[in-house]
Structures are given as structure tokens and as C-alpha cells.
Design a binder for this molecule. Sequence first.
Ligand code: NAD
Length: 491
Amino acid sequence: MAIKTKENHLKFNTKWEYASAPESKDHIELKDQYELFIGGEFVKPKKGKYFPTINPATGKKIASIAEASQEDVDKAVKAARTAYDKYWSKMPAKERAKYIYRIARMLQERAREFAVIETMDGGKAIRESKSVDIPLAAAHFFYYAGWADKLDYAFPNRNPKPLGVAGQVIPWNFPLLMAAWKIAPALATGNTVVLKPAETTSLTALKLAELIQEAGLPPGVVNIVTGAGATGAAIVNHPDINKIAFTGSTNVGKIIQKAIAGTDKKATLELGGKAANIILEDATIDQAVEGIINGIYFNQGHVCCAGSRLFVQESVEDIVIKKLKARMETLIIGDPLDKNTDIGAINSSEQLKTIKKYIKIGKTEADFYESSCPIPSNGGFWCKPTLFTNTSQSHRIVQEEIFGPVLAVQSFRTIEEVLEKANNTYYGLSAGVWTDKGSKIFRMTSKLRAGVIWANTYNKFDPTSPFGGFKESGFGREGGLHGLAPYLKLN
Ligand code: NAD
């Protein structure tokens, strides 16, 4: 696949050549068919329907996944309610914590297996699954296990009580990590769970179900139902769900908000983004260029907080763009299981179609550049890192979330100008600021309307930090102490 060859080496004028270094798949166990995880057991879907999960790096089917109907969702909610009433709400908090710690430790022990499956099912580079997704997922379970018996300290004089059954629906860009973001705080606060992974990336959630079964969690405390939008809607609309936790697109978030209006379901919605990554003239340019690369091309741009709008101060624009293009040339796209790969496969053929549509639109709006790095021609879903310069605020590639490796660049002269441009968006999930001056960081971060702002770094996550959006990027916070509150009744 996309290994740097001698020719490429000369062509790209880079220093390094890499031999292929594929991660072994020998140690993983995958079934041909996966069932629903309800009441502590794997059960067949009532209607007997299955859908394929595809390896986006090859276009080939990995396994069949059960499609949960409304009846299956109802069964899962009943199992979660019984588990809540019978075991989980009655169990001393320190005992609940032990189960959550156990999940964290078992995830750590099986990290390699989870990383390989995540990469095969979702297309992301193994380096990312190994160093970001799986360790962070385990860290979330560790972190929230620690809070389980300390809720009275977290919310003094507020008499924290669980809500009951949480319905959780997640996207495909960080499949296991999103499951951990949802399940860990729900369990720590004493709620039980019905979770639906995205239809293109169900495997690690189902592996997590196996792990939860092995960990001996009481049956029904965690239920995993698979399927597409209709299954998600059946969870959202189920009358016996007390709380909806959704991460996904703003469009579906709006549908969910309408669906639960007038009910007493609590909700947190983590939605889309169009982050501004802002480079001031006093920034360390090489470090900032790495930050731009990490901000948009990391995980093929499938990141809600991706720095997809780049703002560069006019005096350093030429040098930043020159260095950025040179760095783009060195990126390796290809077999996600290869440890040298920087950019893996696009998650699905549908997402690739969407990205290509935007690239076509962008070409009519601005100046286009793409890395000349080779991409495999093997039936997988691939997209080169791309860059649009001379863009303006009204362009669709600047306004709309693309969720792919597509960067739109604008220049600016003053801090006031860039703050206005950066905030001129429907979204408000994240932003980045690169400067040598702490005073400018404070000035800008207090004026940027974004839930998460990085300074002189990008895309860094930690279970102790709250995460969430402003405006159409949603509401509610996940992570940190703040991530406990949406799962609790507080006096
Ligand atoms: P999506 O909204 O299409 O799907 C998300 C989940 O919702 C999937 O599991 C899907 O099956 C389900 N779903 C679809 N229609 C539904 C309905 N009517 N009712 C209930 N559930 C339904 O999003 P996606 O394409 O999977 O993910 C990409 C989006 O997620 C991007 O917009 C991205 O910005 C966002 N995202 C946000 C965050 C965050 O923390 N803010 C994190 C990751 C991804």
C-alpha cells in the first residue's frame, strides 16, 4: 500500500523511507455474526435482520451485525429498568466502582485487540487507535470509577440521585471512546444503559459487551443494541428512558430535541463543529504547522472538533502555507493497520461521497491543493489531504461541516478581525490559538465562542476535562466532574 518508496522519497524530498510494518491480526477473535447484547446475554434480533460491517480499507465485509427493531429496543429498555430496580440502584456505590474499575483494567489488558478491531472496522490509523482511542477509553472508566462513591463530595448538599435508564446513541469517528464517554459516567452515577453504536462501527462496542459479560456486571446494567437511525429513534422515543445522551450530527440532534420536547427526558447533545485554528504571527511556525496537520488530517478529518477553518495572520501566511504544503507531501496514506500510516481510510463510501461533493464545491469557490502522496487502489475508501486557499466567510466549504481531510484557509490582519470571523459560524465546539504571548491567549480564549479551546496544541483530550459545545454544537458537558451532573437528579 502507501509505503514511502525510493521514488517517492526523491519526489517528495523527504528524509525517511519506511518498510511496511503491519500490525498483526493473529491475536484477535472476530465472529462472522454478532447478536444484540440484552440482559447480559447475546440474543438474536426478533425480526432476524442483519447488516454487514465493512472494512473501509478494503471495501470487504468483516461480519454481519444484528439490526435491532423497536421490539428489541423495548426488550433492552425493560432489561435496563429491571437491572436498575433490582441491582444497580441498590448496590453500594463503592461496589459499583469495583465493576467500573474492572472494565477499565480489562480494557487495558486487551488494548491491542481492541485497537486492531477499531482500525479494521473504522479505518483509522493503528497508531491512533493504539495511542489515543483505546487508552483514553480505559482512562474514562478509571476516572469515573473513582467518582462513584464520592458523588456527595462532587455535589455537596445537593443529594445526588441517579435518573434511571439512560439511552445513548453514538457516532462512528471514535467508536469505543464514545461508548466509554457515555457508559462510564452513567454507571458511576448509578444509572443503567441502553447504548447504540453507529451502524458502520459496531464491532468494538460489541467486544466491549463481551468484556462486560466477562467482568460479571449484573445482567441488564449495560445493553448494546445495534442498527441504524431507526434503532436510534426507537431508543430516543421509548417512554421508559429517563435520559438521552447523543453524539452525532447537528441535523439528527435537532430531530432528537424535537422528539423529546414535552417529555421529562433529560438530554445532552454533542453535535457538529467547524473549528477555527488561529495562527498569530508570533507563533512558533513549525510547531503550529504540526498542530494544523494534527488538527485536520488526524483521523482523516473525522473529528467533530477538527480545525477545519485555518486563520493565518497575513504577515506569516506565505511561510505557513509553504511549510504546510511541504508537510502534507510527507503524509503517508494507506493501510490503516500499518504502523507508519498517518492517514487511514475514510469511514464509509457514503462519507467519501460527501467529502468529494464538498471538494467539488470548493473547487468552484477557492484555490485547491492536494498532497501528491499516493493512495491505494484496492476497493477501499481513500481521500488525500486537501487544502483550499483564498476562501471567504460565505463559502460553503467554510460554513458547513465536511468531516473529512479538507482544510479551508483565510488570512487576517488584526485579532478583532479574526475573533469576529472565527465566531461567525453556527457551530461552537472547539478552537485553537497559536501564539508566543500568554496575554493574547487569555484575550482570545475569553472571546472565542467555543466549548473547548486549545492553546499551542490541538486535539488533546483528557477524562478530567469537560467537553461540549456552544450554539448548534449542542449542549451539556461530557468528561470531568461536569460529565456526572447530566446523569443525576440534584436538589
Ligand atoms: P449521525 O448524526 O448521522 O449519527 C450518529 C448516530 O445517530 C448514529 O448511531 C446513527 O445511527 C444515529 N441516528 C441517526 N438518525 C437517528 C435518529 N433519527 N434518531 C436517533 N438516532 C439516529 O452522525 P455521524 O455521521 O455518525 O457522526 C458524525 C457527526 O457526529 C458529525 O457531525 C460530528 O461533528 C458529530 N460528532 C460530535 C461529537 C461531539 O462530541 N460534539 C463527537 C463526535 C462526532
